[in-house]
Write a protein that binds this ligand. Structure first.
Ligand code: G3P
Length: 218
């Protein structure tokens, strides 16, 4: 399973990259705003900066909600850097735009997916990734991981090449459950990635090893 980091924070992206396990980055307009990145020039520069840090795919989201606007924006984003994946919401115009981008060989990430039907349309349009938001489903008393399972099964059954990118991940158990469900990618906050390291028995065991070493080595 690939690990993407879900942030526009350059320090956190560097930290995850330094860990050596990072396969890409996802951003969205809220994450960009959180870093105070505004204005077209700054936004485009920020995406470039992210691409310079990581080796893998970097999702950059369009703001337009009409087909023509999405095409203009998406083409500009894609021309920025070969690692850019154009992130498009799963609305009617978005599906048309994904079809267009796919015909031009531009990678896409279909976002705000909350149902199997939405994932089906995105895959049929040729999306590179679909992003089901599991945390937000859980927030609404619906099993987010179950949606991942359903989409993974559907893509296998019909041999879609679209990858399932589990998004809106909040904690380590979400990641583990996504592994079990067969998600291709999990995009996570740094805290959830690093949280996978946590185990009290590791800490206790390491402390014991070091103290035993000290007994005979001073
Ligand atoms: O990239 C979009 C997604 O991961 C959002 O997560 O925590 O705002 O639901 P969250």
């Amino acid at each position: 399973m690939k690990f993407f980091i879900d942030t526009a924070n350059l320090e956190q992206i560097k930290e995850a990259q330094d860990l050596g396990v990072l396969d890409g980055v996802t951003t969205n307009p809220s994450l960009m705003a959180k870093e105070g990145i505004g204005g077209e020039e700054n936004i485009l520069k920020h995406y470039k900066d992210i691409c310079d840090i990581v080796d893998g795919d970097v999702s950059a989201e369009v703001i337009s909600t009409d087909y023509e606007g999405m095409i203009v924006e998406g083409e500009k984003l894609a021309s920025l850097h070969p690692q850019i994946v154009v992130k498009v919401p799963v609305i009617k115009e978005g599906i048309k735009a994904i079809k267009y981008f796919s015909s031009k060989g531009i990678k896409t990430n279909c976002t705000l997916v909350f149902s199997v039907g939405q994932a089906l349309l995105a895959a049929k349009a040729g999306a590179t990734y679909v992003s089901p938001f599991i945390g937000r489903l859980d927030d609404n008393s619906t099993d987010g991981v179950q949606l991942i399972e359903q989409i993974v099964d559907m893509f296998e059954m019909y041999e879609f090449e679209t990858q399932v990118l589990a998004a809106s991940i909040r904690n380590t158990m979400h990641i583990i459950k996504c592994v079990e469900a067969g998600a291709d990618v999990a995009t996570c906050p740094l805290s959830a990635i690093e949280g996978l390291l946590n185990h009290p028995l590791t800490d206790i065991g390491l402390a014991q090893f070091l103290s035993d070493f000290k007994k005979v080595n001073g």
